[in-house]
Design a protein around this ligand. Structure first.
Ligand SMILES: *[C@@H]1O[C@H](CO)[C@@H](O)[C@H](O)[C@H]1NC(C)=O
Ligand SMILES: *[C@@H]1O[C@H](CO)[C@@H](O)[C@H](O)[C@H]1NC(C)=O
Ligand code: FES
Length: 544
């Protein structure tokens, strides 16, 4: 195996917290001037990340990611973006009656249910006739995918079965190779449809040679899984970094995600603290690492897992390793005994500046709660968590694009171990994956879509609700309820107004009027609730 064992990144980030190095009291904020030589930092090369661990008393100028120190035995390994499985959608959000369009890795695909073969199919979303999107089509009565522009039909292997415009006694047009829809290799794993981004027939049976990344807990019947997805107007790299960065949680999710155990000494209101993160082993396939409350695994390009264990399995082996970090934990679930939990994330590149996140948990306890509470309720919180990062990340991405992704190490100042996983990811990108996503020549690598208005940036309806069965159901039901409340209001007022004095006693009249008022207030409140939770929540960090 070409895996290289790197002496852990942490050894370059000697765990001395910066405030100790400078002999600052813990509660004293580090003076900004200590960091003011940024221009020098920016201009130096990325070589030699040693001085943070040396005993220098001033901030070393050559603080850089530990890039130069990592060794590889197989320097020529190259990550091929188009030779990987990509998740399309969780099966639970797909409708067997409706073809669904998705963009992944710049490719427009349609996923549809082939009832003749009982499998999900992923086709290029382009009709061979005049390139209309097949995803707008329907499944015909024989279970074929029908293009709704002129009615051409395709079976599960992409063969054209019917051209309505062809004369019965003419040449058999539909048998022509040019009449075929292009088919991507597809598989279902972890209750999710995956596809291989090449329609070249030589990859038809690629599943026999290579499978999507496997997360044992997601296939274990003693575990319950939950899935949620959202389209995100930020690029893949930015979102992957965000997932690998627990240090932002107490700040950008302040008041949204709770600290499980606040630090013993709180230096600020939010309770940020030094975090002991490290990358243990990095190769062309990703890396494994540690964070405060367990191990983490990045399986390139899409999969990221965080294992929450009180006695975490050592990433290299056998479960004997204990966390050497501090006892404090961020959002660590309280686990006991045999309880195990995995947070999994699939971060899917869509196009420059856009990705799709499918995430959830697999856990072997407490599943009855999930069975009682409808999914859309926890989704409100999950969406709020996303919203509270979105604007920051969107702007951050544009700044990085301005300086060039290749200059990430030079422009960003990442001197503490809390950034170790992010640094590991950037290292994987530059070392193996060409420094940026290969879009197959489709997009200019240095251009991002312009920043949309905030309503669009943080839109929840198109980015989540329409792609989530539970939320669309709740959305429709709550809207119906809102209309019903309005109808009751109007009808009650109408009755009171139309009834002659004396026919209705004063008590009844008061009751009907009160009901009208209550229903009116409730409908207004509901309208606000629906807008805020299913359309747009203008997240403010100043007033969380
Ligand atoms: C699709 O049609 C082709 C050509 O008629 C046939 O060979 C193939 O078996 C069909 N595939 C399915 C899934 O029915
Ligand atoms: C398990 O961990 C112990 C202690 O670190 C180590 O000595 C041993 O070799 C490991 N065993 C396996 C099977 O990895
Ligand atoms: S474009 Fe699809 S049938 Fe004409």
């Amino acid at each position: 195996m070409e895996a290289l064992v790197v002496s852990c990144v942490s050894s370059f980030y000697k765990p001395t917290p910066i405030h100790k190095k400078f002999n600052f009291d813990k509660s004293t904020p580090i003076p900004r001037s200590c960091f003011s030589s940024t221009s020098k930092i920016k201009s130096r090369s990325t070589k030699g990340f040693t001085s943070l661990s040396s005993s220098t008393k001033v901030l070393p100028e050559n603080v850089d990611p530990p890039e130069a120190e990592l060794e590889t035995e197989t320097p020529n390994d190259k990550f091929e973006w188009f030779s990987q499985w990509y998740p399309v959608m969780p099966v639970c959000e797909l409708d067997k009656r409706v073809p669904l369009a998705k963009k992944i890795l710049g490719l427009d695909v349609v996923v549809w249910w082939d009832r003749n073969e009982n499998t999900w199919k992923v086709f290029d979303d382009t009709c061979p006739h005049r390139l209309a999107p097949l995803s707008q089509g329907r499944i015909d009565q024989w279970g074929r995918l029908q293009c709704v522009y002129h009615g051409w039909c395709f079976n599960g292997t992409g063969d054209c079965k019917f051209v309505p415009q062809a004369t019965p006694d003419g040449p058999p047009i539909h048998t022509s190779k040019k009449a075929c829809a292009r088919v991507y290799p597809t598989t279902v794993q972890h209750e999710t449809v995956w596809f291989w981004p090449s329609t070249d027939p030589k990859y038809k049976d690629i599943i026999k040679k290579k499978k999507p990344p496997f997360i044992p807990e997601l296939d274990d019947p003693s575990f319950t899984n939950s899935f949620i997805n959202r389209d995100i107007p930020c690029g893949y790299e930015i979102i992957v970094e965000n997932l690998m960065d627990p240090a932002h949680v107490p700040y950008s999710h302040y008041g949204v995600m709770q600290l499980d155990k606040p630090p013993k000494v709180k230096a600020d209101r939010e309770g940020g603290q030094p975090l002991e993160l490290s990358v243990k082993k990095l190769d062309v396939n990703g890396f494994v690492g540690r964070q405060e409350w367990g191990s983490v695994k990045f399986i390139a390009p899409c999969t990221y897992c965080m294992y929450a264990d009180d006695d975490p399995v050592d990433v290299q082996g056998n479960g004997s390793a204990k966390s050497t970090g501090t006892d404090e934990a961020l959002v660590r679930p309280k686990l006991s005994g045999q309880q195990r939990m995995v947070f999994f994330f699939f971060c899917i590149p869509v196009s420059p500046g856009n990705c799709r996140l499918i995430w959830g948990t697999a856990k072997n306890f407490g599943s009855w709660i999930e069975n009682i509470i409808p999914k859309w309720i926890p989704h409100i919180l999950s969406n709020l968590v996303v919203d509270s990062d979105l604007y920051l990340l969107h702007i951050e991405e544009h700044k990085i694009m301005e300086v060039g992704a290749a200059n990430w190490q030079k422009e960003c100042f990442v001197p503490t171990r809390s950034d170790a996983l992010v640094v590991g990811f950037r290292r994987w990108m530059t070392k193996y994956a060409g420094g940026q996503i290969n879009w197959g020549g489709k997009f200019s690598p240095t251009s991002l879509p312009p920043t949309p208005p905030r309503e669009q940036l943080m839109d929840r309806y198109w980015s989540h609700v329409v792609n989530c069965k539970s939320c669309s159901y709740a959305y429709k039901s709550l809207n119906t309820l809102e209309v019903s409340l309005q109808v009751i209001t109007v009808v009650s007022i109408g009755i009171v107004a139309a009834t002659k004095q004396g026919v209705m006693s004063a008590a009844v009249r008061t009751m009907v009027v009160s009901m009208a008022i209550v229903c009116f207030v409730a409908s207004r409140w509901l309208a606000h609730f629906i807008f805020k939770n299913f359309h747009y929540h203008d997240y403010s960090h100043s007033f969380p």
